[in-house]
Design a protein around this ligand. Structure first.
Ligand code: NAD
Length: 295
């Protein structure tokens, strides 16, 4: 199998490595030439441009920071559209704005090209292990065609609906994830202030009804250990929340809980800068409570 990847960052880089390990012939394109060099050393084939990549690989995967970069990568002077063929399949794995995704896939369809949206969840650890969740929007037959490739990087792969549906559920999932991390942070900080031991609190929460991916994974591995190493930045989390909130606005529905959580995320973002890992939100909660949640 031959697959080209555009975007070799925290997620795309790990996916590319995983595909190489599984025997896939991998083509790469990234503006960061250090990333490109390190993948060429691992056996990947460097492309000169997105157009060049599309002309050489049947499957093209994009894992980019946002939809505006995806659009430029598609339509730019050396963009993917200059190299795609009717038999190519574009697998768009960026976390993105569903309405723009629909526009882009409609534009490609008019030119005789195919695209599915296939964002992922699970973070860098699951990307490394090939156990991501992948949520796909688009034609069923394109989903069926992409599944063998997606199975090499993901464990739970869902077809959720037409074009844009994958990006819709991804934004909603992250809204829940952001809210549970913030709520768990407040509860843990209050518990510490009241004299409880954070390790014991987590033992109780993780075998009780307050449990979530945040309490089960992020707190033990990143907060108690004070290991706020970048895997998924605050910039990206705030981007995802903006997408979710604007979907609600378009539908004219209120989001009481998520709006409160969003304000806290924006506070952390404005205070510390977007390049930190998203778990740094806990530091701003700790600051407000005057405690440290340390294991
Ligand atoms: P990242 O910033 O680490 O990587 C982005 C990569 O894209 C970089 O290597 C950058 O050089 C490259 N890039 C930027 N503009 C480019 C262009 N015009 N052409 C080619 N390459 C370009 O980001 P990430 O954490 O890997 O996230 C990528 C996407 O995956 C985002 O949409 C994010 O929301 C989503 N996502 C991330 C995680 C996570 O844990 N990091 C989890 C799920 C989803």
């Amino acid at each position: 199998m031959r697959a080209g990847i555009i975007g070799l960052g925290n997620m795309g880089g790990r996916m590319a490595k995983r595909l190489l390990e599984q025997g896939v012939e991998v083509g790469i394109f990234d503006l960061n030439k250090d990333f490109v060099r390190s993948f060429v050393e691992l056996g990947a084939e460097e492309a000169e441009s997105p157009a060049d990549l599309a002309s050489k690989f049947q499957y093209i995967i994009t894992v980019l920071p946002n939809v505006f970069i995806v659009k430029e990568t598609l339509t730019g002077s050396e963009g993917l559209m200059k190299g795609l063929k009717p038999e190519s399949l574009l697998i768009e794995m960026t976390t993105s704005i569903p309405s723009v995704t629909k526009e882009l896939s409609g534009m490609l369809r008019k030119e005789g090209f195919r695209m599915i949206d296939a964002p992922v969840s699970g973070g860098v650890k699951k990307a490394e292990d090939g156990t991501l969740s992948i949520m796909v929007g688009g034609e069923e037959r394109d989903f069926d065609e992409a599944k063998p490739l997606l199975s090499l990087i993901g464990q739970n792969i869902f077809h959720v609906g037409e074009s844009g549906a994958g990006h819709t559920i991804k934004a909603l999932n992250n809204m829940i994830s952001a809210t549970t991390l913030a709520a768990t942070g407040e509860a843990m900080a209050l518990g510490v202030k009241l004299g409880l031991d954070p390790n014991k609190m987590l033992d109780v929460i993780n075998s009780s009804t307050g449990r979530s991916f945040s309490s089960d994974f992020k707190f033990p591995s990143q907060v108690l250990t004070r290991n706020f190493e970048v895997g998924f930045t605050l910039d990206l989390m705030v981007k995802d929340l903006k997408i979710a909130m604007s979907m609600a606005e378009e539908e004219k529905v209120p989001m009481f809980i998520s709006s409160a959580s969003f304000q806290l995320w924006k506070h952390a973002w404005s205070q510390g800068g977007g390049n930190q890992d998203h778990t740094a939100i806990i530091k701003y909660i700790e600051e407000m409570f005057g405690v440290e949640i340390k294991g």
